[in-house]
Design a protein. Sequence first.
Length: 255
Amino acid sequence: MHADLLKELSKHVPQSITGKQTHINALLYGDWGVGKTSLACSSGRRTLIISSGDGGESVLRNNDLNKQDSVSIVQCQGLSHVKAIFNAVIEQHKDYKHYEVLVVDTISSICDQYLRNLVENYNVSKDRSTAKPKLTGQTLEAPGMGDYKFLTHHMQDLVPVSSAVPADIVWLSHEREPSFTDEAKGIYLTRPKMPEKASDALAEVCDVVGLMEKKKQGKDIKRTLRFDGSDRVAAKSRIASLEGQTINVDDFWKM
């Protein structure tokens, strides 16, 4: 057998699934201020927030999370940075090996930053099929809506790595409600606020995709997570006990 193939096989030795520790890969989305960050960081375990600068810091400052030594934060520098952190946890780097929960807060804003970076640092053709760097670097090419395809390509490169991370991963996203154009086409789907193909690439590897909502009930505020997907709500669960269910947010980390 070829030596290179033997070397590669030695890195991935078959293991019994009996007693193997499992980790969750979750995509949770909802409106601003619904409590996504607080929920994702409430497991009580050692948690790293990979922050887009979109609110994670203020959550740490303004509630009981700032009293927890178990929660840390790092400013995200882009999709490649997220991938590097995942690999650092996989490879048990000394600064990352102790984290048990990774919170990407928010992946929707990180995607927005990626698209803004294209505009700022590349000359994008009118048909959006080619992006040439303004200074130095590689020209990006893709037929039609290229900027979204470049993003999707990077997402498709990132998300498989998340499946190998020995920690729970919670991807947070803002909510996108149907636009007037969507409704004119008969589309009424509420989904994560990301380009559709990039969102699909992420959802494909996630065990659960849930919509977080809050409703006032008398003097109380009830927060829930919906895993009952339909033609109006993007949601799913590969966890049998959550399939088609709506749960209180307090029950998320009990599953």
